[in-house]
Design a protein around this ligand. Structure first.
Ligand code: ASP
Length: 341
């Protein structure tokens, strides 16, 4: 026969240990308060941190998707631009904010893919410190230059870049950003070392490209289509296997003689780790509805967004995408010498 192994039952005149019980009650109360807050969420506007300057690709995607999500949630999603350190300043702030559903983030291939490879002291782990919500948009990468850059096509651009030594100015949005990582790859393929000019986002970088202050950049398509169509900048190639339907006249890098340069980026929504699962489910539902809405889809597609990766639109799918991207960029950036070791 087994003898009972638990502690002896307390008799009425024994002193009971007082501490565990109130703690347990407190924990239960906190949990149920949390659960009821999740049930009534959102009761006030939700802040979406965009970790780059206003007007750039991350901001544009956040505003288009956030607009429709606000309608589903019945509360405004308010964009807060927190730029710096290639997007990692804003994402650090978001990761450390209260996991109550009132602060979410628009991250991307840089903040949640490349950053760990270039910031040894990064204060967050892209695959562990977030409650992923879902992929908002794939964003093909283009090589663009100021409109009077003396090269009529990609071949001439490559020749110019190689002949210019360190004289060209390349714009990017900070170490670890999409523009930085993708142009690091391009420069390494070409064997060039331009002066790299840092901006708080490719929104302001694009302004300087239009006014001719800088020579070229690698950027997400959603920032570029109107300027390319208006002829205020030059587009040499899209780094995809096929042309983008939004810019049918722009050749691919393969057509232009640079098949090695194939890369695309993405934007996705994250909440801080610990956000209640009911809130994650509501955010996910609102995102999926936005991406199924014809008018929202059209706005994104007109800007060249790629909406084909439906698997990464769910929290589980985005988690997998982040893990793949962190692994991919740690290799790529070491190979191109952009990572510190
Ligand atoms: N996506 C960034 C922005 O919105 C730029 C970048 O990562 O290159 O400005």
């Amino acid at each position: 026969m087994k003898t009972p192994t638990g502690p002896p039952l307390a008799t009425s005149n024994e002193r009971r240990p007082m501490r565990p019980l109130p703690l347990l009650v407190a924990a239960t109360l906190t949990l149920s308060a949390g659960a009821s807050r999740a049930a009534t969420w959102p009761e006030r506007p939700v802040t979406m941190i965009v970790p780059f300057a206003a007007g750039g690709p991350t901001d544009v995607v956040a505003r288009i998707v956030g607009d429709h999500m606000s309608r589903t949630l019945g509360q405004q999603i308010v964009i807060e631009n927190v730029a710096g350190a290639g997007g990692t300043t804003g994402i650090t702030r978001g990761a450390q904010s209260a996991p109550d559903g009132y602060t979410i983030m628009m991250g991307h291939m840089g903040t949640h893919g490349a950053a760990p490879a270039v910031y040894p002291n990064l204060k967050y782990d892209p695959s562990k410190d977030f409650a992923p919500i879902g992929l908002a948009a794939g964003t093909p990468i283009l090589i663009v230059a100021r409109k009077n850059f003396p090269a009529k096509d990609l071949k001439e651009f490559v020749a110019q870049a190689k002949a210019s030594g360190d004289k060209l100015n390349e714009a990017h949005a900070g170490v670890g950003s999409v523009s930085f990582t993708t142009c690091s790859l391009l420069n390494s393929i070409l064997g060039t070392k331009p002066a790299r000019v840092v901006y708080r986002g490719t929104g302001p970088a694009l302004n300087d490209l239009v006014s001719g202050q800088v020579d070229y950049m690698c950027d997400q398509i959603v920032n570029l289509v109107p300027q390319i169509q208006a002829g205020t900048i030059r587009a040499y190639a899209v780094a995809l296997p096929q042309r983008s339907p939004a810019l049918p006249d722009v050749p691919t890098t393969t057509e232009g003689g640079l098949p090695e340069f194939q890369v695309s980026a993405w934007n996705a929504i994250f909440a801080p780790k610990g956000t209640p699962k009911e809130i994650v489910a509501k955010l996910s539902d609102a995102l999926l509805k936005a991406l199924d809405d014809e008018a929202t889809k059209k706005r994104l597609l007109d800007l060249g967004a790629d909406l084909t990766d439906k698997a990464s639109r769910t929290p589980e799918g985005l988690q997998k995408l982040v893990e793949r991207e962190v692994a991919r960029w740690s290799k790529v950036l070491k190979n191109v010498g952009a990572a510190p070791n």
